[in-house]
Design a protein around this ligand. Structure first.
Ligand code: FEO
Length: 171
């Protein structure tokens, strides 16, 4: 059993994860339209992962006798000025998600809700990994620079990350 306050905060987290899934789906489509297949595959995978993050909260809610609501998701942007700016936006959104998870942990500590606090530990680790990955991508983009072939090399770099992730997922 969880409190109404925790239930409501978890529903807000559902909305945030759902928005992330839509945002990354929109980014995948934009990358595809620019011929950046490596980036498109990467963003599709990120979008799928965010949906899983959202569903994980749905399942948790049913376990603890709470009620999860399918969120009304606002429309994400459709275009970005450049690939680096798109990844900057991803990092910004992940930082927002991290702050929200931290808020939820604080709330569950205050409410003496050890079950929710324990459930949220998975998200803390996930956020650390996602932020680190986005920072790594942005560092690589800076190293590649903005020469005439930079988009080609950025896409190749992301393709390498996709292959590493696929390997570790199938291991
Ligand atoms: Fe589930 Fe990347 O926030």
């Amino acid at each position: 059993m969880i409190s109404k306050e925790i239930e409501s905060a978890l529903n807000k987290q559902i909305e945030l994860e759902g928005y992330a899934s839509y945002l990354y789906l929109s980014m995948a489509s934009w990358c595809d339209s620019k011929g950046l297949s490596g980036c498109a595959t990467f963003m599709h995978r990120q979008s799928d992962e965010e949906r899983e993050h959202m569903l994980k909260i749905f399942h948790y809610m049913s376990e603890v006798d709470g009620r999860a609501y399918a969120p009304g998701i606002s429309e994400p942007p459709k275009d970005w000025p450049s690939v680096p700016e798109m990844f900057e936006e991803v990092l910004k959104h992940e930082q927002k998600v991290t702050a929200s998870i931290n808020f939820l942990v604080d709330l569950s500590i205050k409410a003496n809700d050890h079950t929710t606090q324990n459930f949220l530990q998975w998200y803390i680790q996930e956020q650390r990994e996602e932020e680190a990955l986005m920072r790594d991508i942005l560092d690589k983009i800076k190293l590649i620079g903005d020469g005439p072939q930079s988009l080609y090399f950025i896409d190749k770099e992301i393709e390498t990350i996709n292959k590493i992730t696929e390997k570790s997922e199938s291991a």
